[in-house]
Design a protein around this ligand. Structure first.
Ligand code: ATP
Ligand code: ZN
Ligand code: ZN
Length: 617
C-alpha cells in the first residue's frame, strides 16, 4: 500500500499542462470545501464531480431545491469558517468494496467507483493507471478524489473566492441523464487577485463585441440564417470596407497582385490539395449535382483559397525572374466550425480572409517572410494593436497520440519548421513553440493576441508550404533552363474581416479611431432655424468624403448630444445662433470634453489630421 505522501505526490500528475499548479490545487481544494458546506446546508444534496476550470471551479450536485441568495451567502460564510479551521486534507487508499460502503447513498460516486475499477478516471475517460481508489477528507467531509490538494484548508484564503451562480447541468453532460445543479465559483490566491479578476470581468462585459456590436448597430445574428452566419449592418459594413481598403492598399504598395477566384470548386480540387484527406471535418459536405443538376459533379464550398491561387499561378509559364509572385484576395471561405465554438464575429462559419499566397524561389523564402512580418507590424501599428506574441506552430507532438491531421512527410516538416524558426530567431523577436497548431500542409508563425479576459487567439499567420507545390506540380524555369519547384508562403495579415472586427471592437470598446469610425461627425442643430446651416455643413463634409450624421429630429439638444456620445461618434458639432453667424461650430468629443467654438475650416483641419494620423481624436 502506498503511503499518504506517495498518494499525494501521485495526484500531482493530474494537473493539466499549462495550468498553474498552485491555482489548480487551491481551486480543487476549495471545491471540496464548497461541497462540505453545500451538504451541511442541504443534507439531501448528493455531490457528483467538481473540477477546476479556467478562473475557478464548479461542483455539480443532485439537489432538488433552487438555492436562494441567502443559501449561497450561508454556504460562502461556512466555507470561510472551514478555511479558518485549518483542517488537513488527508488521503487514504481504499478498496472498491470499502468505497461502495462509504458512498452507498450516492449513486454517482458508486458509478464513478465502477468506472475506476473498469479502468476509467472520474470523468469517464480511459485511464492507463492501475485502479487506485483514493478518498480525501477535510474536517468531517470525505470525497472520492485523486487529488491534488493543498495541505490544509489554512492554505486557502478566505477572501480569495466568490460563489458566482448556480446553473443547471446534467450528469455526464448528457441531457438524457438526471438534471443537476452546478455551483460556479471563481477562486484566486488572495483577495487582491480576486478583485482584479472581478474587475476584468466587468470590463470584459462592457467591451464584449457582441454587446457593443448590438448597441452600435454594427452587426446582428439572425436565427433563420443559422449560427455562425452574422450579418453586417450598414455601420459594420463601413468599418469592414475601410479595413479592406486599408490592407489592400498596403499590399498593392508591397507588390501584391489582387485577384477574385470562385468560392466554389469541384471536390476534385480538394482531393488533389489534400484538404479532402486532412481537412474534411472542417468543410461543409459537398453538394451533389447529380440529380436535378446538369452535371454529375460534386461541388465544395472552399475552406481556404490556396488551391485557387495555385490555379492563378498555373495560368502561364513562370521563370525564375518572375518570382516572387504574390497573389492576394479578400477571400471568402466556409468552415464547418462546431456549433459550441461559433459566436459573435470572432469565430464564424462564413468568413473573408485577408489572404495571399507567395510563390517564391527557395532562396527567397526568408526575405519574403521578413517582408510579411514588416507589413504585419506596419498594419498593427496603424490599427493600434500593440500587444502580441509570436508562436511557432508545429505539427503533432511526437510524444503525443498519433494523428492524421498532417501530411506524412517528416523531412518536409523538419525543413519547413527549421526555416521558420530561423526567420524568427534572425528577426530577434521572442517567440514560443507549440505542437499541434500547424496547418495540415506545413508549420506556421502565428501572431497571438489576448482578448480582454486574457484569452489568446490568432490574428496573423505566416505559413511555409512545400506540400501543395508538389501536389499541384508547380514549376518555374530556372536560370539554367531546368524546371524547379517554388515554395509557397501562405499568409493572412489582418486575419478575417470578422475576427479583426471583433478584436478591434473590444480593443476600442466601440470607440474606433476617427479613420475607422462608421460615423465621424455628428451635427446637432439646436433649433429648426439651424437645420439648413447644419444640412449644408453636412453636405460639405460629405463632399470631402467624411462620414456625417445630421440630427434633424425634434429632440432637445442635450438628448441629441447624448445619443451621439452613446454611438461613440468622435466629434459632435453643436450649431446655434452664434455659430451660424460666425460660420463656426461648437466642438465636443465623445468623451464629453468640450473644445469650444471653432471656425468650420479649423475644425475640418483638425478632423483631417486625426484621420491622417489614425488617432482617437
Ligand atoms: P484557428 O486555429 O483559429 O481555427 P486556423 O488555424 O484554422 O484558425 P487558418 O486556416 O490559418 O486558421 O486561417 C487564417 C486566419 O483566419 C486565422 O489565423 C484566424 O485569424 C482566422 N480564422 C480562422 N478560422 C476562423 C473563423 N472560424 N472565424 C473567423 N476567423 C477565423
Ligand atoms: Zn479533490
Ligand atoms: Zn493558404
Amino acid at each position: 500500500m502506498a503511503t499518504e505522501a506517495e498518494l499525494k505526490a501521485a495526484g500531482e500528475k493530474y494537473i493539466p499542462k499549462g495550468y498553474d499548479p498552485a491555482l489548480y490545487k487551491l481551486r480543487h481544494s476549495l471545491a471540496h470545501v464548497l461541497a462540505q458546506a453545500v451538504v451541511e446546508r442541504f443534507p439531501q444534496a448528493k455531490p457528483t464531480i467538481g473540477p477546476p476550470v479556467e478562473y475557478g471551479f464548479y461542483y455539480d450536485f443532485d439537489l432538488d431545491v433552487n438555492p436562494s441568495d441567502g443559501d449561497l451567502e450561508w454556504i460562502g460564510n461556512r466555507m470561510r469558517q472551514i478555511i479558518k479551521g485549518k483542517h488537513a486534507f488527508k488521503v487514504r487508499e481504499i478498496s472498491a468494496d470499502e468505497g461502495r460502503e462509504l458512498f452507498k447513498d450516492n449513486p454517482y460516486k458508486l458509478e464513478l467507483i465502477d468506472g475506476l475499477t473498469a479502468g476509467k478516471d472520474e470523468y469517464g475517460n480511459a485511464s492507463a493507471d492501475a485502479p487506485t481508489i483514493t478518498v480525501y477528507q477535510q474536517d468531517t467531509f470525505s470525497d472520492l478524489c485523486r487529488g491534488p490538494h493543498v495541505e490544509t484548508t489554512g492554505d486557502l484564503d478566505a477572501k480569495g473566492f466568490k460563489i458566482q451562480q448556480v446553473t443547471g447541468s446534467y450528469w455526464r453532460g448528457d441531457s438524457k441523464n438526471k438534471a443537476l445543479k452546478r455551483f460556479h465559483a471563481t477562486a484566486w490566491v488572495n483577495g487582491d487577485d480576486l478583485k482584479a479578476h472581478l474587475a476584468r470581468l466587468e470590463e470584459a462585459a462592457k467591451r464584449d463585441h457582441r454587446k457593443v456590436g448590438r448597441e452600435l448597430e454594427l452587426f446582428a445574428n439572425e436565427p433563420v440564417f443559422g449560427s455562425g452566419f452574422p450579418m453586417l449592418l450598414p455601420k459594420g459594413a463601413t468599418v469592414r470596407r475601410l479595413l479592406e481598403t486599408f490592407i489592400t492598399d498596403y499590399e498593392r504598395r508591397a507588390g501584391y497582385l489582387h485577384v477574385f477566384t470562385p468560392d466554389i470548386a469541384k471536390k476534385e480540387l480538394y482531393k488533389i490539395s489534400g484538404h479532402w484527406d486532412h481537412y474534411k471535418d472542417s468543410m461543409f459536405p459537398p453538394m451533389d449535382m447529380g440529380e436535378g443538376g446538369n452535371d454529375d459533379e460534386e461541388l465544395c464550398l472552399r475552406p481556404m483559397c490556396c488551391p485557387h491561387h495555385i490555379q492563378v499561378y498555373k495560368t502561364k509559364a513562370r521563370s525564375y525572374r518572375d518570382l516572387p509572385i504574390r497573389i492576394a484576395e479578400l477571400g471568402n471561405m466556409y468552415r464547418f466550425e462546431r456549433s459550441g465554438v461559433v459566436g459573435g464575429l470572432s469565430r464564424v462559419r462564413c468568413m473573408t480572409l485577408n489572404d495571399a499566397h507567395l510563390f517564391v524561389r527557395p532562396d527567397q523564402v526568408k526575405q519574403e517572410i521578413a517582408g510579411v512580418l514588416s507589413l504585419m507590424k506596419k498594419a498593427y501599428t496603424d490599427l493600434g494593436i500593440t500587444e502580441y506574441r509570436f508562436r511557432l506552430s508545429k505539427n503533432g507532438d511526437p510524444d503525443g497520440p498519433a494523428t492524421d491531421k498532417y501530411v506524412d512527410n517528416p523531412a518536409m516538416w523538419e525543413s519547413s519548421t527549421t526555416m521558420l524558426r530561423e526567420v524568427l530567431t534572425e528577426s530577434g523577436m521572442p517567440f514560443f513553440e507549440a505542437w499541434n497548431e500547424a496547418a495540415f500542409y506545413g508549420p506556421k508563425i502565428d501572431v497571438q493576441v489576448k482578448d480582454v479576459m486574457g484569452r489568446e487567439e490568432t490574428l496573423s499567420t505566416i505559413q511555409a508550404d512545400q506540400h501543395l507545390p508538389a501536389k499541384f506540380e508547380l514549376e518555374y524555369k530556372d536560370s539554367d533552363d531546368t524546371p524547379k519547384r517554388p515554395v509557397m508562403i501562405h499568409r493572412g495579415v489582418i486575419s478575417t474581416m470578422e475576427r479583426m472586427m471583433s478584436y478591434l471592437i473590444e480593443l476600442y470598446a466601440g470607440a474606433f479611431p476617427v479613420w475607422l469610425a462608421p460615423v465621424q461627425v455628428a451635427i446637432v442643430p439646436i433649433g429648426d432655424r439651424h437645420f439648413e446651416f447644419a444640412q449644408k455643413l453636412g453636405d460639405q463634409l460629405l463632399d470631402k468624403d467624411h462620414r456625417v450624421d445630421v440630427d434633424l429630429s425634434s429632440k432637445r439638444m442635450q438628448a441629441k448630444i447624448r445619443d451621439a456620445q452613446l454611438q461613440k461618434i468622435p466629434y459632435i458639432l453643436v450649431i446655434g445662433d452664434k455659430e451660424m453667424e460666425a460660420n463656426a461650430v461648437a466642438v465636443r468629443l465623445r468623451s464629453g470634453e468640450d473644445l469650444g467654438a471653432k471656425p468650420v475650416a479649423e475644425f475640418v483641419a483638425m478632423l483631417e489630421k486625426a484621420i491622417a494620423t489614425r488617432t482617437l481624436k
